[in-house]
Design a protein around this ligand. Structure first.
Ligand code: NAD
Length: 504
């Protein structure tokens, strides 16, 4: 280990409202992907660290759950103000560890704010139902209560937005929330903890345990964790779902994706090419809603590939904090090498690469984890480039004879997160939206991430569990219902007021 690595700042946990860096912890290096240099060392929690965070959360949840909902949402309003005030600082932290351009970091914060704003309406969202006189003298009403302590386990690609998909909803509904962020870009979680504290959230209601699978498995099996929200890759989502449900927890586990955009012959090809370029290469393709496959009907395939090629060649690859950068590096050296290998395998198997981002270097940043935009044409469904989620700036082009064949391709894919269609035909768009087995659909919109007041979630291998995340479904996910059937015997003095039994 170099001297620089030894002195890189430690990135700790937040337990009971305090940042903790327990002695003797395992650590993992955190990199600036634009330079390839180590910038920090994140602590990796053991079972005891998770136990400490959960114990503090259990105590905090008891009093927090008793607070009137309007008092809880007062903290949410204040959190929104804190994050708005400190947006640039948070965006810089995201870019420094993730690598995405500042505009993308600002974009993910904006999407997170949407969820906070929705959670500010919790008094309305938690309002129960009431049936007067369900039987003579009997009323029935229902309301929902928080679960207790819930956990969120999040991926590297949105270190602020994905925690904000979960925590504001969990906390506004009256739970305490324990976050296990990605160990690859952990600093945004500490910044969010600071924002919650500044907003007046009592200590222990929002906690952070840094770590790897040890921390995750400790949360999944912990008797005091009532529910788990997970976002990440499909194999880990399956593991999280199986383990946590086996331990009696409520689970929503969002997995990976392979999102297809279908381009029909009647589409505006310029518009489609511009949108697909942004959707495939934005954030270096490290979005679960990135378009990674363009399914183009034969008649316009060459014309579209020509436009995509021209647009991809104009994408400026540079560090995320360079204001002129369109696309930053990918997250790790291992990811860079894996993406390049997948491109090599495709080319070796007969695909062509009209734009080839392998070996891309950025002057002054030769050790950065850069991959240039890449288009692979002539890909077949048995190639690794089609079968695997690449999670890099690679757009695979597949040709289809017609809409039916395109829909079949979308539906045969094991993932079902997002999909899009580009067309000028309402009939074709409507046929597509009804036929595809996918959770989120864009019509002339490449990345159809639902706004904060509609829930987000895919189908098939993109989601394990019943509940989509944020929006109305998450109000239900983070609460459980009670129904009260009540009868109060009437006295002779009040009997005359009871409808049906009025005597005068
Ligand atoms: P990942 O699955 O490697 O990691 C996600 C979380 O799981 C992290 O907190 C990580 O520490 C933990 N983890 C990793 N390996 C583990 C193991 N063996 N046991 C227990 N926990 C483990 O995912 P990632 O690389 O950080 O993120 C990219 C993936 O997330 C992509 O597949 C992407 O599609 C997916 N994603 C999906 C959505 C969605 O909404 N469906 C959103 C964002 C990202």
């Amino acid at each position: 280990m170099s001297a620089l690595v030894d002195t890189a700042p430690l990135i700790g946990h937040v337990v009971g409202g305090q940042v903790t860096t327990p002695e003797g912890s395992r650590t993992q290096d955190v990199f600036d992907p634009a330079t390839g240099r180590v910038t920090g060392r994140v602590l990796l929690a053991e079972q005891a660290d998770v136990d400490a965070a959960v114990a503090a959360a259990v105590v905090a949840a008891e009093s927090w759950s008793q607070e009137p909902v309007a008092k809880r949402t007062a903290v949410l309003f204040a959190l929104r103000e804190q994050i708005v005030q400190h947006t640039d600082e948070l965006a810089a932290i995201i870019t420094a560890e993730h690598g995405k351009v500042l505009a993308d970091s600002l974009g993910e914060i904006a999407r997170g704010l949407e969820v906070i704003e929705y959670a500010c309406g919790m008094p309305q969202l938690l309002k129960g139902e009431y049936t007067d006189q369900a039987a003579t003298g009997v009323d029935v009403f229902s309301f929902r209560e928080p679960l207790g302590v819930v956990a969120g386990i999040t991926p590297f690609n949105f270190p602020a937005m994905v925690p904000l998909w979960m925590a504001p909803m969990a906390i506004a509904t009256g739970n305490a929330f324990v976050l296990k962020p990605s160990e690859r870009d952990p600093s945004a979680s500490l910044f969010l903890a600071k924002m919650w504290k500044a907003a007046g959230l009592p200590d222990g209601v929002f906690s952070v345990v840094q770590g790897d699978r040890v921390a995750v498995d400790a949360l999944l099996t912990h008797p005091d964790i009532a529910a788990v929200s997970f976002v990440g890759s499909t194999p880990i989502a399956q593991h999280v779902h199986a383990t946590a449900t086996a331990h009696g927890k409520r689970v929503q586990a969002l997995g990976g994706a392979k999102n297809h955009a279908v381009v029909l012959a009647d589409a505006d090809l310029d518009l489609a090419a511009t949108h697909l370029t942004g959707a495939a290469f934005g954030a270096a393709g490290e979005r679960c809603m990135a378009i990674s496959v363009a399914v183009v009907v034969d008649d316009v395939a060459d014309a579209l590939v020509e436009r995509l090629t021209a647009a991809a060649q104009k994408v400026r690859v540079a560090p995320g904090n360079d204001p002129d950068s369109d696309m930053g590096p990918v997250i790790t050296r291992a990811s860079q090498l894996r993406i390049e290998q997948i491109v090599t395998d495709a080319v070796d198997s007969g695909a062509s690469a009209p734009v080839d981002g392998r070996g891309h270097t950025v002057a002054g940043h030769e050790d950065g984890f850069f991959v240039g935009p890449t288009i692979l044409d002539g890909v077949t469904t048995d190639m690794r480039a089609y079968v695997e989620e690449i999670f890099g700036p690679v757009l695979v082009v597949i040709r289809a004879a017609d809409l039916d064949e395109a829909i079949a391709l979308v539906n045969d894919n094991p993932y079902g997160n997002g999909t899009a269609i580009f067309t000028s035909s309402g009939d074709a768009a409507r046929t597509f939206q009804r036929a595809v087995k996918v959770g989120m659909i864009g019509i002339n919109v490449p990345i159809p991430v639902p706004v904060g007041w509609h829930s987000f979630g895919g189908w098939k291998n993109s989601l394990f569990g019943e509940s989509h995340i944020y929006g109305p479904e998450s109000v239900r996910f983070y609460t459980r219902g009670k129904v009260v059937t009540s009868r109060w015997p009437s006295s002779p003095a009040t009997a005359k007021f009871h409808f049906g039994r009025t005597t005068s």
